[in-house]
Write a protein that binds this ligand. Structure first.
Ligand code: PEP
Ligand code: MN
Length: 346
């Protein structure tokens, strides 16, 4: 539920409510809005247990239940879009943010070269897996910490913030040491100890939708992270499993406006995993932006035919540059634009 304070409530009154909520055994989550402060109260059935005791407190305007099962993630709790910086660029605002790079970080020279290439083409952040979740245990598993160090070097060379996956709770510390955004992959969307650890880290998180998960399950997974008062979560639609097998996955374009309605969090589309085929990536990326996504995460490789993973769905840098131009046109047609990054080309 949420406690909506009066517009002129004092900080002391807010503090008294917080103390009371804690004394009743619930977790308060405070949002200092432009007009008024709202205190989210989460726990088992807080509304029934506490409503009567809270609504008469000084400074309290009203106490309302949040009807959705996800609370802090819902638009009922936070009405305005959440906008936050990713080292040099804001995500969730009017500007479209583009994250690009290889599926996996393969070697030092290649990642630095691709970082320059995607930046040149207009990307705002660099992606690349250091720990790779592979269907086969015999497939390339990623270079681990070595790859994280190369990513950090690529960031230093280009200024681009780095997005990389943590596959387990134990990897969070290492990943947050080197990277700007923790990616949680589709296969791990309901790995609750990983979600808790990512929340507790207070690092930005890019949370991918599980390939067989509903939108509501994605929002519930995000709620785990937000329950640690970590609100810097980016949701990612990356295609779901359906009966259709002409593409690797089926892009759930509907999920984009649905998510934008149900949550204040930024939403991005991954057209690479959603299609599994480089030839469809640009078309589906355009559709995602037209549908209201706040950004894209796209696989780009200088030699897709030699990539150690997901080469078939990776764009070459020239094609990626064309994609960015087309995305700019789509964005402008819906009164948005490509985000402006404060990093000047080095
Ligand atoms: C990836 O981004 O390379 C990846 C493994 O994605 P997903 O978790 O969506 O399959
Ligand atoms: Mn991949």
């Amino acid at each position: 539920m949420m406690i909506i304070m009066n517009t002129d409530a004092s900080q002391k009154q807010v503090d008294q409510v917080i103390v009371k909520v804690k004394a009743l055994g619930f977790d308060p989550h405070i949002v200092y809005g432009e007009e008024r402060t709202v205190i989210g109260v989460v726990g088992n059935n807080p509304f029934i247990a506490t409503q009567g005791q809270l609504f008469r407190m000084p400074g309290v305007d009203r106490v309302m239940p949040i009807s959705r099962p996800y609370k802090l993630t819902s638009r009922e709790f936070i009405r305005e879009d959440s906008v936050f910086p990713l080292d040099g660029v804001d995500i969730g605002g009017r500007g479209i943010v583009i994250i690009a790079g290889p599926c996996a970080v393969e070697d030092r020279g290649l990642i630095i070269e691709i970082a320059h290439a995607v930046k040149e083409a207009g990307a705002h952040a660099l992606r690349g897996g250091s720990f790779k979740p592979r269907t086969s245990p015999y497939a390339f598993q990623g270079h681990g910490e070595k790859a994280l160090k190369w990513m950090a070097e690529a960031r230093q060379a280009t200024g681009l913030p780095v997005v990389t996956e943590a596959m387990s709770e134990e990897q969070i510390e290492l990943v947050t040491h080197y990277a700007d955004v923790i990616q949680i992959g589709a296969r791990n969307m309901q790995n609750y100890s990983l979600l808790h650890a990512a929340g507790a880290s207070q690092h930005p998180v890019l949370l991918k939708r599980g390939m067989s998960s509903t939108v509501e399950e994605l929002l519930m997974a995000a709620e785990y992270i937000l329950s640690h008062d970590n609100r810097r979560v980016i949701l990612c639609e990356r295609g779901i499993r359906t009966f259709e097998n002409s593409t690797r996955n089926t892009t759930d374009i509907n999920a984009i406006p649905v998510l934008k309605e149900k949550t204040h969090l930024p939403v991005v589309l991954d057209p690479s995993h959603a299609t599994g085929n480089w030839n469809y990536v640009t078309a589906v990326a355009r559709a995602g932006i037209a549908a209201g996504a706040d950004g894209l995460i796209v696989e780009v490789h200088q030699e897709p035919e030699n990539a150690l993973s997901d080469g078939f769905q990776s764009l070459k840098p020239e094609r990626f540059a064309e994609m960015v131009t087309q995305i700019r046109n789509i964005a402008q047609a819906i009164d948005r634009d490509i985000a402006v990054s404060s990093h000047v080309s080095l």
